[in-house]
Each structure stands twice: as C-alpha cells, then as structure tokens.
Design a protein around this ligand. Structure first.
Ligand SMILES: NC(=O)c1ccc[n+]([C@@H]2O[C@H](COP(=O)([O-])OP(=O)(O)OC[C@H]3O[C@@H](n4cnc5c(N)ncnc54)[C@H](O)[C@@H]3O)[C@@H](O)[C@H]2O)c1
Length: 484
C-alpha cells in the first residue's frame, strides 16, 4: 500500500520521502514505481519528462530522522495497533510541530492510533484502496480529537493529488470494509451451506446486480487468509456475527487453498456448457408475474415443460419439468416437503428483479434435494436458449441474490441512521472502491424501500436471522405504503 501511496503523492507534485525499515522493500517500491510510470508513458497518460520529474521527486530512506520536515506523513505499516502507536510516538519526537500524521489502517481506530502520539489533534485517517496508484477513492476520517484544520488540510492534499475523498466516521471498516467484510463472509457461508456453487454466485451477482466482479473472484483475489484476518479484526469490535470468520474460510486456509496466490481458492473452474436446444414448453398463467411483467412467449400447446407464471403449481408427472415462478416464498410452499427427501419434476424459478426496477437477465432456478436432473436440465435449457443467464440454487429463502444483498442494504440504511457517512458518500465509496454500477442506498431506494421491507421480512420470518430485520427506513416506507 505504501508503494502505491508514494506514487500518488509524487504524481500530485509533492516531494515524497519513502520510508521503510527494509532496504529490500524500498528497492521493490522503486522498481514498481518505475514500471508504473513507464506504462503510463507507453499509454500516453504522461510524457517521459513528467515521468522522470515525478520519479525524481521520490527519495528513499531507512532513517526516520529524515522525515523531520515533512508536512504530511501517511503510515501504511502492517496492521498492528501497538506498532502504529509506537511509530507515531517516535515521529512526534522527530517531526516539526505542524506535521500531520495520517494512518491508512483498514480496521483500527484512528482515535486509538492517535492516543499517546502527543499530537492527537494532528492525526487523521486516510484509507486508500488497493492499488492506491490506480484507485481514486480515499475514505477520510477524524479521530475524536482531530482538529478541523488537520482534517481540511489532509482533505485538500487528496484533492491536489486528484484523488476523490469521502468523509466517514472513525468506525471499524469505515464504509467500504464495513459493507464488504460481512457480505463476503455471507458468500462463504452460503457456499458452506450448499446453497449453490461459487461459480453460480458470481454469475448471479454480476448478472443480477451488475457488479463488475463476482464476490468469489474478489475473495480469491484478496486471499482467504486476508478474509480471515479481517473477520478476526472486526468481530471482537462489532460483535456482528456476520463479521465472524466462517468455518469454511478457516478450513480453506488450513488446507492451503488461499485463492489466486496459492493457485486454488473458492472457484473450481467448473462451469456447465450453455444449452443450445430447448424442449417445447407451455406457459400457464395463474397470477400476475413479477419476472415477466410483459408476459412471456406462451410456447407450444402441451409442451414437455409446463411453466406456471405467477405461482399456481399443479403436479403433473407426465411432464419432464413443471416450472413454478416464485416470489418471496420457497418452492416447498407449492410442493410440500419431506424431511430432505423431497424432489420431483418441479423446479422453482424467478427472474431477478430489484423491486420496481426492470427485470434483470438473471434466472435463478430452485431445486429440492431430489429434483430430477432431467427437470433441471430442461428448465435450464428453456431459459438459456431464450438468452438468459441461469443459475441453480437450493430451496432457501432469498435464493442467491436477495439472500446475499439484503443484509447489505439493511447495513447501509442503518449506517445512514447512525451518521457513518452521507448516502452520497456511501454510494460513491461502493461505486469507486468496488466497481458497483450504483451504490446500495441508490439501489434499494430505486427498487422501493417497501419492497425491500417485504423481501427482507420474508427472509427473516423464515430464517430468524437478525441480519434480515428490515432497517428503520424500510419500516417507515412500509408504514407509509399502508397509510396511502
Ligand atoms: N492490502 C490492502 O488491500 C489494504 C488496503 C487499504 C489499507 N491497507 C492498510 O495498509 C497498511 C499496510 O498494509 P499492506 O497490505 O501494504 O502491508 P504490507 O505488509 O504489504 O506492507 C507493510 C510495509 O510496512 C513496513 N513496515 C513494517 N513495520 C514498519 C515500521 N515500524 N516502520 C516502517 N515500515 C514498517 C514493512 O517493511 C512493509 O514494507 C495496513 O494498515 C492495512 O490495513 C491495506
């Protein structure tokens, strides 16, 4: 992180001293900075003269005393409160009075890091995203004693470097990790519970929500060992059980499956071929369809597959598959259940739709333990040949997308009530830091907070999981809907 932050500072026109205890680390940093600026010249983003001048503004040192005259010091040493406090304590004795100390910590408290520094009014949180030289977002936070002047000066520095700052409270994970760490843990727990394959989670989240990267790809990229460390840092402070390390994550790390860095992680590389031929199907409409508000091609008379739009299941063993459109309910509501032995030619489905938004291109198929492979293959073929992205999951409340995303919306709405950040800054953080097409507040509001209430409350009723307890703003919207 430090290497990337140094590039940002030098590129912003500042004389930049790069300090590390290790000469080796400094050599690596210089090498990567040369490579980065070389590429920037190659791609026409900067001239050779600019690149040379920027590199010339970067000076390496292993002597802390050289930092005495710095105006701003951004620490990015490893994540340990005592070590960070010790460093700031030492620097306080070396630096001029006006020097501002900033911490790039992801999980620690700025107020605690500042405590004992001897200048806690001049300590600020500046959380960059990896890789810092590419990602524009910086989460800025004040410790309890941070002065306005310190905060404004650090903020102005980020803007002078053409970065994009957002303001957040000094709370574990600020905005980005507070939303991301529990979400990623939920993904691992869903895999552990046999909801679906990691590949299908990625397809569902990308197709249903438009995220650029699936969560399993992201977890394999950041490393499951990192996810363990994040959970271990967050859970004791937040006591949010979603932040606690999922047992599967620990087992994967113990087995040496850390993600990309070890060659194997959550993703197995197994994907099924898309069907090229579909069986004949017949559409039977019971009620209004959420998935196909414009209707659906009615198919042929007496096809091998019957599709019930808007619920209304009728058992028919003469068909290869009987498809039932689901809303918030489980398939078992239509077919009945038998202690894990259930399963027939009935397949649930829903085309993912965020509240009142237009339906997405994602079809979630729902299977029971003994659903016949022929029924699933026929259901998959019907939708794949029609051009949809198809995933398969167990008959669990919320299926894949709502199960994973609704707790995140509740968190974001709760964070708004708790003053963590503004709605705009929360959304900006998710778009810029995580590549989402829109932020959680914008998305849940656009889809309708009352609909979020219905979906979230239905999952909570079925699971008892507090993460689905609808946030206050959704509750208010639901009450207003009732009053209208
Ligand atoms: N990796 C990320 O995605 C990410 C993102 C945002 C913030 N952060 C935060 O940035 C910080 C660093 O993370 P990282 O992943 O770059 O760690 P890292 O272990 O890759 O790098 C830490 C560097 O600090 C040096 N160092 C250790 N002790 C030092 C000391 N006392 N004085 C000076 N240098 C010292 C080490 O030699 C090493 O070069 C952490 O606080 C982390 O939470 C990390």
């Amino acid at each position: 992180m430090g290497a990337g932050i140094a590039i940002v500072a030098a590129r912003g026109g500042y004389e930049t001293l790069c300090f590390d205890m290790s000469d080796e680390a400094l050599k690596r940093q210089r090498g990567s900075a040369e490579k980065f600026f070389g590429k920037s010249v190659e791609k026409g983003r900067m001239s050779q003269d600019d690149a040379d001048a920027t590199l010339a503004r970067m000076t390496d040192t292993t002597d802390l005393n050289d930092l005495a005259e710095c105006d701003l010091i951004i620490e990015a040493i490893f994540e340990d409160l005592d070590v960070k406090k010790e460093l700031f304590g030492k620097l306080n004795g070396i630096c001029k009075d006006e020097t501002i100390f900033a911490s790039n910590t992801s999980t620690l408290s700025i107020t605690e890091i500042a405590g004992g520094s001897g200048r806690d009014d001049r300590v600020v949180g500046m959380h960059f995203c990896l890789p810092a030289q590419v990602m524009k977002l910086i989460e800025m936070s004040r410790g309890i004693n941070t002065s306005d002047e310190t905060f404004q000066t650090a903020w102005a520095w980020t803007e002078a470097c053409k970065q994009i700052p957002v303001e957040t409270q000094d709370k574990p994970g600020f905005i980005l990790n507070a939303l991301l760490v529990p979400f990623n843990n939920d993904v691992i727990r869903a895999i552990e519970a046999g909801l679906c394959t990691p590949e299908d989670i990625d397809i569902a989240i990308k197709s249903g929500l438009g995220y650029k990267m699936g969560p399993c790809t992201l977890l394999d990229l950041i490393g499951l060992d990192t996810q363990v460390r994040l959970g271990e840092a967050f859970y004791p402070i937040t006591l949010d059980k979603r932040a606690a390390v999922p047992p599967l994550c620990r087992r994967m790390v113990a087995a040496g499956k850390l993600g990309n860095k070890s060659g194997q992680g959550l993703l197995t590389g197994l994907t099924s071929e898309k069907a090229s031929e579909a069986p004949g199907f017949t559409v039977v409409s019971a009620n209004e369809s959420r998935s196909f508000p414009e209707g659906m091609d009615r198919g042929v008379a007496n096809g091998d597959v019957t599709i019930h739009l808007g619920g209304g299941y009728v058992e028919d063993t003469s068909k290869t598959a009987v498809l039932v459109e689901l809303d918030t309910e489980c398939l078992g509501v239509h077919t009945g259940e038998d202690m894990g032995r259930e399963g027939s030619n009935a397949v649930g489905f829903a085309r993912y739709r965020n509240g009142n938004d237009a339906p997405s291109n994602l079809i979630e198929l729902v299977r029971q333990p003994n659903t016949t492979p022929e029924a699933l293959a026929a259901a998959r073929a019907v939708f794949e040949v029609a051009g949809f992205d198809v995933v398969v999951c167990a008959d669990q409340p919320g299926r894949i997308v709502d199960r994973l995303v609704r707790p995140k919306y509740n968190d974001a709405l709760r964070f708004l009530d708790e003053g963590l950040a503004t709605a705009e800054d929360m959304d900006k953080t998710c778009c810029m830091g995580l590549g989402y097409p829109d932020g959680p507040i914008e998305r849940v509001t656009r889809g309708g907070l009352a609909r979020h209430y219905d979906m979230s409350a239905a999952i909570q009723a079925a699971t008892g999981d507090i993460a689905y307890h609808p946030a206050r703003r959704a509750y208010v919207a639901k009450q207003r809907e009732g009053a209208a």
